[in-house]
Design a protein around this ligand. Structure first.
Ligand code: TYM
Length: 334
C-alpha cells in the first residue's frame, strides 16, 4: 500500500460466525472494488466479537478463516492493510478516550444494542453497549474518508461522525469526519425464510441464511426453499419482498442490474427462477471456497499477511493516537 494523497477507506467484519452472502453483497464485494482506488484498511473485528460469548478456540479458528476468506474474495494484501483488530492496541486505547465524549443515553438508543440486548438478555455487558464507540475508534484512528457497510451499520457510522465532530469542537481539528458508503442495491440482503428480516450470520434457522462456506447442494436447496409469494411473476416490487430479495442476490452474483435480471426471468416460473439463482450463487462461491481452503493450508503465509497488515495499521493508528493524547492533555514526557 503506497502512502499517497488517496482517500482512505476503513471497514471490518466480525469473526463471530460464518459470513453470509449478505456480508458479501453489502460489504466485502464492495471492499474488493475499492482497493485499487483508495488506501484501504480492512480488519477482523475480534474485539467486537467478544461482546457476545465466544468459545476461545473457535474465535481463533474463525479469525484465521475470515482472513483467508477476505483474500479468497479478492482482497489483495499488497493493496490494503488486512489485519486483526486486537493486534493493534490503539483501537482499545482510542475507544477509552472517545467514551468520555459519548453519552450513555445515546448508546442505549442504538438499534443494534437494543436488538442484541434482547437476544442476549443474560449477558448485557458494558462491551455490548460500548460497541459503537469502539467502532468509532476503529474508523477515526485511520482518518477514514469512507466506510463501506451494509444498511445495518449506518447508525454506527453516524454516531462516529457525531463523536468526531464533538472531539474536533472541544479539542480542535483532529479527526476526519467519515461518510458511510452504502450500495443502492445489495446493502440489505434479507432472510430467505422471512424476507422482512435481514439475513444474519447468527440466524437460528439454517435455511434463512446462505453462508459463503455452504456447499453447492446446500446453496441450491436453500434457494429452492426460499419464501416467495403466490403471484408467480418474477418482478421486483415492495409488495414482493421475497422475489425482490432473490433478484437482488442474483444481480450481485451475476454482475447485472436488477432490471436486467427481471428481463431475463420474465415469463419464467418461480421454481426455475429459484434454481437459477441457486446455481449462480453456487457457481460464484465454488472458486472462493477452493481458494480459502488452499490459503488455510498455509497458515504461515496467512500469518505473514496479518502481521504485516497489523504493522501498517499500527503506523497509521499511532499517529492519530499520539495527536489525540496530546490534544487531551496527557503527559507525554518533556
Ligand atoms: P458484521 O460482521 O455484522 O458485518 C460485516 C458487514 O456486512 C454487512 N452486512 C450486510 N449487508 C447486506 N445484507 C446483509 N444481510 C448484511 N448483514 C451484514 C454489515 O453491514 C457490515 O458492513 N460492527 C461491524 C464490524 C465493524 C466495523 C467497524 C464496520 C467493526 N468495526 C468499523 C465498519 C467500520 C459488524 O458487526 O459487521
Amino acid at each position: 500500500m503506497e502512502s499517497s494523497n488517496r482517500k482512505i477507506v476503513y471497514s471490518a467484519a466480525q469473526p463471530s460466525g460464518n459470513l453470509t452472502i449478505g456480508n458479501y453483497a453489502g460489504a466485502v464485494g464492495n471492499w474488493v472494488r475499492m482497493q485499487k482506488e483508495y488506501d484501504c484498511f480492512y480488519a477482523i473485528a475480534d474485539l467486537h466479537a467478544i461482546t457476545v460469548r465466544q468459545e476461545p478456540s473457535e474465535l481463533r479458528r474463525r479469525t484465521l478463516e475470515l482472513a483467508a476468506l477476505y483474500v479468497a474474495c479478492g482482497i489483495d494484501p499488497e493493496h490494503c492493510a488486512l489485519y486483526v483488530q486486537s493486534n493493534v492496541s490503539a483501537h482499545a486505547e482510542l475507544a477509552w478516550v472517545l467514551n468520555t465524549l459519548t453519552y450513555v443515553g445515546e448508546m442505549e438508543r442504538m438499534t443494534q444494542f437494543k436488538d442484541k440486548s434482547q437476544k442476549h438478555a443474560d449477558n448485557i455487558n458494558m462491551g455490548l453497549m460500548d460497541y459503537p464507540v469502539l467502532m468509532a475508534a476503529d474508523i477515526l484512528l485511520y482518518q477514514a474518508d469512507y466506510v463501506p457497510v451494509g444498511v445495518d451499520q449506518k447508525q454506527h457510522v453516524e454516531i462516529t461522525r457525531d463523536i468526531a465532530n464533538r472531539f474536533n469542537n472541544r479539542y480542535g481539528e483532529t479527526f476526519r469526519v467519515p461518510e458511510p458508503l452504502i450500495l443502492k442495491s445489495g446493502a440489505k440482503i434479507m432472510s430467505l425464510q422471512d424476507p422482512a428480516r435481514k439475513m444474519s450470520k447468527s440466524d437460528e434457522n439454517p435455511n434463512a441464511s446462505v453462508y459463503l462456506s455452504d456447499d453447492r447442494d446446500t446453496v441450491i436447496r436453500k434457494f429452492k426453499r426460499a419464501v416467495t409469494d403466490s403471484e408467480s411473476c418474477v418482478r421486483a416490487s415492495a409488495d414482493k419482498p421475497g422475489i425482490t430479495n432473490l433478484l437482488t442476490i442474483y444481480s450481485v452474483f451475476k454482475g447485472c442490474s436488477v432490471a436486467e435480471a427481471e428481463k431475463e426471468f420474465s415469463g419464467v416460473g418461480y421454481g426455475d427462477f429459484k434454481s437459477a439463482v441457486g446455481e449462480t450463487v453456487a457457481d460464484a462461491l465454488a472458486p472462493v471456497q477452493a481458494e480459502q481452503k488452499r490459503l488455510l493450508a498455509d497458515k504461515g503465509y496467512l500469518g505473514g499477511i496479518l502481521s504485516s497488515g497489523a504493522e501498517r495499521a499500527f503506523k497509521a493508528a499511532r499517529k492519530t493516537l499520539s495527536k489525540v493524547y496530546c490534544k487531551v492533555g496527557f503527559y507525554r514526557g518533556e
